[in-house]
Design a protein around this ligand. Structure first.
Ligand code: PRT
Ligand code: ZN
Length: 304
């Protein structure tokens, strides 16, 4: 099915996600774990929601804020870096804000960083005065330079920013970094992060005034449930009552555990929802503290 030509479909919610790229699979997985399923269309630009009246639009990530601004879609999954850049562009043009971050989603993490040639002896932002900085994020860079009261030339590129210093187009760059391997391969080093980014759920500044408000609420509640327990595990074990203080000390990230005595003895059976990583090291420490029969179970859903 193709999207209707007119933007207003007011009884269904439309979410834009990246068609292909770093955020597309995790975005789909998150929405699917919130209970959404779709009928895929042949052109794969529009997926009709089957389990709920929530449809997907598959687009380039850069188009998502504009689609929300134009009312073509209601929500979108996009990098904070893209959202803020386009918000900055609107603000520079004197336009009012129309989209904003609704939720951080915990994947697609990266930093928007200033990077300089390896040979620079970095002293601080003042060193960028009068220099040329290449970026695809001119609005965020401009705002940051203004904040630092540094005047520099912004060289706007559409890609391959990391080779600009080698090509003599710029002295430094401002680009996304995750592992840092790309910078290292280009004899650059990150010296400052101007933004911590990750994928976010973006939506309009104004709340929906129709049935989409309820759909968005439902979706948010389910997504919050999924996000809250993303790294959580259910830990089951037994422990003698007197070992409890030492054992619980090793579970600072756990919700208050459920406990019950085993056959009226001084041994307790416990179950605790733990939010941090349950490594082998941790299990061995728990065993040393007196826990027995430790079992780590995955948690799929939680409704508080
Ligand atoms: O086709 P479309 O326009 O939809 O995709 P795209 O190519 O613009 O986006 P894509 O899929 O590359 O990135 C989508 C989003 O993923 C970005 O907007 C960020 O929010 C997030 N993200 C997370 C990243 C990175 N990590 C990342 N490392 N986006 C880009 N990079 C690039 C970076 O620009 C640099 O070239 O990876 C390189 C650096 O990686 P490291 O690991 O070598 O440091
Ligand atoms: Zn893009």
């Amino acid at each position: 099915m193709s999207p209707p030509a007119t933007p207003a479909v007011r009884d269904r919610l439309r979410i834009a996600i990246q068609k292909s790229g770093r955020l597309s699979e995790p975005a789909r997985a998150l929405l699917a774990s919130a209970g959404l399923s779709w009928r895929e269309s042949r052109d794969r630009l529009f997926c009709y929601g089957e389990s709920l009246p929530v449809d997907l639009l598959l687009v380039r990530d850069d188009d998502i804020p504009g689609l929300i601004a134009d009312g073509v879609c209601d929500l979108g999954v996009v990098g904070r870096n893209v959202l803020l850049e386009q918000a900055g562009e609107r603000s520079e043009a004197g336009l009012p804000p129309v989209f904003r971050e609704w939720r951080a989603l915990g994947f697609g993490g990266c930093r928007l960083s200033i990077a300089v040639p390896d040979g620079w002896d970095w002293q601080g932002p003042a060193q960028l005065a009068g220099k040329r900085i290449a970026t695809t994020y001119p609005n965020q860079l401009r705002a940051w330079l203004r904040q630092q009261q540094v005047e520099a030339d912004i060289v706007v590129l559409s890609g391959s920013v990391e080779i600009a210093p080698r090509l003599g187009q710029a002295d430094a760059i401002c680009d996304l970094v995750s592992s840092g391997a790309t910078l290292a391969a280009n004899q650059l080093k990150p010296v400052l992060d101007i933004l911590q980014s990750e994928a976010v759920l973006a939506g309009p500044v104004q709340p929906f005034g129709d049935v989409r408000a309820e759909l968005a609420d439902l979706l948010l509640r389910r997504m919050d449930g999924v996000l809250r327990i993303r790294d959580s595990k259910l830990l089951l074990f037994q422990a003698p009552r007197e070992a409890l203080p030492q054992v619980l000390q090793l579970l600072p990230d756990a919700e208050p555990p459920t406990m019950c005595p085993v056959d009226g003895s001084e041994t307790l059976a416990l179950q605790a929802l733990c939010h941090g990583a349950m490594t082998w090291q941790r299990l061995e420490d728990l065993k040393r503290a007196g826990a027995r029969g430790l079992m780590v179970l995955p948690v799929e859903r939680m409704l508080a």
